[in-house]
Design a binder for this molecule. Structure first.
Ligand SMILES: [Zn+2]
Length: 594
């Protein structure tokens, strides 16, 4: 038994997928809103019987491995690791070098966390500790977030970790060292307050450091570089501690800085994360959407209006997230608001306004009088956002609102929006999503006639006899049906009604998945039929297939004959001509029957 089989034995697909999506029972199967394309009615089907999922909207489908690969955005190896973990199975086959590296990096990050955390409670870290006290961070929070202090020294951490047995190269790879132009290697974080950055599973994978001595030459915040375990475009700070509460409240508060997270957390809103320095990226939003589609942004007014934030928000709208803005009023960040006026923070959360209303407000703030110039200005600011809304109802709502405010016909605005979309398509921005759509189409599970005829034997006892009698192995040309059909023929000699479990053992893992996908697709398609498929229809389909196969074979022979003629190979020509005559006769006899 392979590891993959072992894992599949241990894990139920319903259990795995329900860890990511909210699913509902629908007959024998389960349904969910597809996480891979945007939809309002569920077309994502999970079959516990077949241990398979398939989306009838975007066409993606597969087993638990395929699902984890897609939703985590990882390669097969990583999906294997995640699921093996879940199943409690130890992996032995993984490339030991890679495992070793990942384990080493994780160890180094854990050791570094302890190292920094230790120094916060020492004399050396007094300044950092005082700073936290001044910002009203309490000891419990310091523990929960494992906040630390990096001594103001070029090799304190390097010495500590090399004594623990790690090489300079390994520590460098973990992102904790810096190399200067002369090739000298030294501690990256020095004299800074340290925030360990953890992945959603709670493992420390990077660090953020805040400067304590104001210094114009050094950046206020310094983050770990990209490492084999840290992809900053996919990580938000504190999601590991916020995810449970985010699911429960069905809402996630997003702030900008580490200190904001601490303040909001202490205030009792434990569903809080930070983007820590980056604008919201598509990768971060994909991960956030796993926990809740409702996000509240508490950004200071400068960044809320910035281009980077706007791009992030547009991506969120495209991903069909409900974005609301928390109005911070005169305060520069959530931390300041909570320290100075905690009651107002509570109110600000309740009064958070939908993102579209926020953009309306800021666009119309600048407009004193409705002039043609102002009409243009406001519609250029808002129409692109309306165009991005997923729901036509929302689009209509905001188009009407805009038309009221600007005193313009909705029709005109609608035309203007279409113009805008065309412009954007030309400039290539939408081409990305067109390419995406093409890719989806390629992924779509298309069933060929051969696959259909062979697979339906396993589903429909009435059709089984007809197909087994009519369909010949020689009618099949595709690899998979050609392998499957003789197996079915063989088994059917010993048993009257055979089904999937009878031939399962003779198939490879990937073939089993493929067959299951074909079967679930046929089942779902059959549900849509008003009357079940009859014997006559199947007979016609077999004739069509035979016809098609003969034509295909004839074409191949004709090509071969041309080659033989070029070589003046008379013997081969004679043989081929004989075969062609036979096939042609067969073909015309079939066509006469039909
Ligand atoms: Zn889908």
């Amino acid at each position: 038994m392979t590891v993959v089989d072992q894992i599949k034995d241990q894990l139920d697909i319903i259990e795995v997928i329900s860890g990511y999506l909210s699913i509902k029972k629908a007959g024998r199967n389960y349904k969910a809103l597809c996480p891979f394309h945007s939809e309002k009615t569920p077309s994502f089907v999970i079959s516990p019987e077949r241990q398979i999922w398939h989306c009838f909207g975007c066409g993606k489908g597969g087993d638990i491995f395929g699902f984890v690969k897609e939703i985590e955005g990882v390669e097969f190896k990583e999906a294997l690791r995640i699921l093996a973990d879940k199943a409690g199975i130890e992996l032995k086959r993984e490339d030991p070098k890679l495992v070793n590296e990942r384990v080493k990096l994780a160890e180094i990050n854990e050791k570094a966390t302890e190292f920094f955390h230790y120094f916060l409670s020492q004399d050396l870290g007094q300044k950092a500790f005082d700073y936290l006290k001044k910002r009203k961070v309490n000891p419990k929070t310091i523990e929960q977030f494992k906040i630390g202090y990096a001594p103001d020294n070029f090799n304190a951490l390097l010495d500590f970790l090399t004594k623990k047995g790690y090489t300079e190269q390994e520590i460098l790879k973990a992102g904790l060292l810096t190399q200067n132009e002369q090739g000298k290697i030294y501690d990256k974080f020095r004299g800074r307050l340290i925030f360990p950055i953890r992945n959603p599973e709670g493992k420390t994978i990077a660090f953020g450091g805040r400067i304590l001595k104001e210094n114009n030459k050094a950046p206020k915040y310094l983050n770990s570089p990209q490492t084999p375990t840290y992809d900053k475009s996919r990580i938000v700070y504190n999601l590991d501690q916020a995810k449970t509460e985010a699911r429960k409240k069905n809402q996630l508060i997003i702030v900008e800085g580490y200190m904001d997270v601490l303040a909001v957390w202490q205030k009792g809103n434990q569903n809080v994360v930070a983007t820590s320095g980056t604008a919201l990226t598509p990768g971060q939003l994909t991960i956030i959407k796993r926990y809740t589609p409702n996000i509240l942004l508490a950004f200071d007014s400068d960044s809320a209006g910035s281009e980077a934030t706007k791009r992030g928000i547009e991506t969120a709208i495209e991903k069909d997230l409900n974005v609301k803005i928390i109005n911070l009023g005169k305060y520069k960040d959530p931390d300041e608001m909570i320290q100075e006026n905690p009651k107002q923070w509570e109110k600000a959360i309740k009064d958070a306004i939908p993102i579209m209303d926020f953009y309306f407000e800021s666009a119309f703030q600048k407009i004193k009088k409705i002039t043609p110039q102002a009409q243009k200005q406001a519609s250029y600011a808002i129409l692109p956002l309306i165009a991005k809304l997923k729901s036509p109802i929302d689009q209509d709502h905001y188009l009407k609102k805009l038309s009221n405010k600007l005193n313009l016909e909705p029709k005109i605005l609608h035309a203007e929006m279409q113009n805008f979309l065309r412009e954007q398509a030309k400039s290539g921005k939408i081409q990305g999503s067109l390419r995406q759509a093409e890719k989806l189409n390629k992924n779509r599970v298309q069933i060929t006639l051969e696959e259909y005829l062979v697979a339906i034997i396993l589903l429909d006892p009435k059709l089984q006899a007809v197909i087994l009698k009519d369909l010949k192995s020689s009618d099949l040309t595709e690899t998979f049906p050609k392998k499957l059909y003789p197996l079915i023929q063989e088994k059917s000699k010993k048993k009257v009604q055979i089904n999937f479990s009878d031939i399962e053992k003779n198939l490879e893992q990937s073939e089993r998945t493929k067959l299951n996908l074909i079967l679930i697709k046929i089942e779902e398609e059959n549900k849509k039929l008003t009357a079940p498929l009859g014997e006559a229809e199947i007979t016609t389909q077999i004739q069509n297939l035979r016809n098609h196969t003969l034509v295909k074979k004839l074409k191949i022979l004709q090509k071969k004959i041309q080659e033989a003629e070029a070589k003046k190979d008379t013997n081969t020509i004679k043989n081929l001509t004989k075969k062609i005559t036979e096939l042609s006769q067969k073909l015309s006899s079939i066509q006469n029957e039909g």
